[in-house]
Design a protein around this ligand. Structure first.
Ligand code: ZN
Length: 215
């Protein structure tokens, strides 16, 4: 199976998904959330195929041709290129949370500082925010949003293990931070995942600002 993005078939589902994904990535890159070609983005095409950014491409100049297909074990499908280094983490989210349609991973200053600040606690609880209603399943500012903070590792299976253990304890899993690294957020489609990552970044920024105020 190979993906040909130059066949002038804009109505093909894979092409529409690749266009939407590259435009979301460009939006996040414009915000400065993908420094030094970091970050990676994916969307599920069907139960067996996931579209994901290829390794090392500049997310600010991403085109649909920089999107490739992999399976839910992060193996490339019909492509000699390799998916992003962290593709395994994307694949894990699709397996654990089958309703997921898109996964976004970025490294904003806010996400990275918050991931370091809260790494000792192992989580951050976002409480009292109107904007929590932007997160699927949250209908009132009185609902908290608990985000785990997992230790960073260059071994993706290590991070997978932490995510799996958290999920196995039936803890809420709407997004997670990796210490000194960034965030993974997702949703049932790309627009929802974008709304989630934007709302969480905003609430994390508020948490960090609150800590600057005198007690
Ligand atoms: Zn990363």
């Amino acid at each position: 199976m190979s993906v040909n993005f130059a066949n002038n078939e804009p109505s093909a589902p894979i092409e529409r998904l690749a266009l939407e994904l590259s435009s979301a990535a460009a939006d996040l890159a414009r915000r400065g959330w993908t420094p030094a070609a970091s970050g990676n983005f994916s969307a599920r095409l069907d139960p067996l195929r996931i579209a994901i950014t290829v390794s090392g491409c500049d997310k600010g100049r991403l085109t649909p041709g920089d999107i490739m297909l992999m399976d839910d074990q992060a193996h490339a499908l019909g492509d000699s290129r390799q998916p992003s280094a962290e593709a395994r983490l994307h694949a894990q989210i699709y397996r654990l949370l089958p309703q997921t349609g898109a996964v976004l991973h970025t490294h904003s200053v806010t996400q990275t500082v918050a991931s370091r600040h809260f790494s000792g606690a192992g989580h951050v609880c976002l409480a009292g925010y109107e904007l929590v209603k932007a997160i699927h399943g949250h209908h009132s500012h009185e609902q908290d949003l608990l985000l785990p903070v997992f230790p960073n590792s260059q071994d993706m299976t290590e991070i997978e293990r932490h995510v799996g253990a958290w999920h196995a304890q039936r803890q809420p899993l709407h997004a997670y931070l990796i210490a000194g690294h960034g965030i993974y957020a997702w949703g049932h489609d790309i627009a929802t995942a974008m709304r989630h990552i934007e709302a969480i970044d905003f609430m994390l920024a508020c948490e960090l600002e609150l800590r600057k105020l005198p007690a």
